[in-house]
Design a binder for this molecule. Sequence first.
Ligand code: GTR
Length: 416
Amino acid sequence: MKKLIFLLCMLGSMQAMAQQPFVANYDENKVGNFTLPNPLKKTDGSLIQSVKDWEIQRTYWLGLYEQYMFGKMPKKKIAQSYQLISKTNIMAGKATQYIWKLTFAGKYDVTVLGVLPNVKTKVPVFIGLNFCGNQTTSSDPNIPLFDKFTVCNNKPDYVNNKGQESSRGSWSSRWQFEKLIAAGYGSITIACGDFEEDKADGYLTGVRSVLAKELGLQADEWSANGAWAWGLNRTVDFLEKIPQIDAKRIILHGHSRLGKAALWAGVNDKRYAAVISNESGEGGAAISRRNYGENLWRITNSFPHWFYKDYKNYAYKENDLPFDSHILMSLIAPRPIYIASAVGDQWSDPKGEFMGGQQAEAVYQLYGKTGLGKNDFPALNTPVGQQIRYHIREGNHDINAYDWDQYIDFANKLIK
Ligand code: GTR
């Protein structure tokens, strides 16, 4: 009886907590105590000692991520065709801009933007999804204006779900095409909303519904992050067919919510040579067990579609999850990973993002790699680490020229 009363009280206080307006904690003294699951611990309690055993354990973790957080990743192959829509010489002959249409199962199209340096050798490329349409990445007038729902739709640059001329290049600072071309890299991007519009009912018109039969999955068996990650990985299938691209040097990046999608894409597809999480925060690189900034309750209530439907049940019960962000990032090993934060973006919990990288170290060591190494949380604008790299820069939630300088340097050292 006592137990029952206790349980009812607990339930009542949790409900009350859920009804109160959310106040994020930014006090290190209140992040709470927790023990992180050991990525190398097998279900029988023994510790993994070899890469061979880790590869088996890796599949087990991947299954848990599907089951608890992101939903299933379609395994079925799907028919894919592509068409070149336009090809434009840009940057005074230094680069070519491509627009391709990718078609899945003959019935679902997405538009890919590629900017490749005009060189004779195969080039490494960065690939990442964009928030508000390909036209926001550059002011070039040949890029089609995106005409589906995006998170920018409350801005004057968007009318009735269509990006206007004024939206061209509005986020070019996040893409830094000139910098990349000068360094010998190409850049590939697609609007995330081309795979699934970023809203609660976005699945109705996205790949989760339209391709449900072909992919053998119902929409509620996976998530928007799953659809975005799947889209990235299918774009890699296409990039492998483009002769100018060196498919062994594809570097995946994502900012914020698209950083979460990038991590999920990167663990599901070993073809990426490296993965970059830019301020991916809660549900991305940050340790969820830390009560700091955004938390699991807040994110699953604000964005229910991002995760598998049962993930919300772990709100205020993060300790019951079998994993945390360090295990997600361990699944990238031994490939290089870059985790970046900004001091003005405490919502994403920079210390939690750093800790996520730190706690993946043991798996990198199994492969004979040094991740963040013995580094403590670094000073501003001071990147640290080797195979796992980290920086916290000055400024706000964004991906900017400073971030890109570090990513190019990282790729030059570890990929080129
Ligand atoms: C916020 C969300 C974050 C992050 C961000 C973004 O509203 O709480 O998890 O994903 O959006 O994508 O910019």
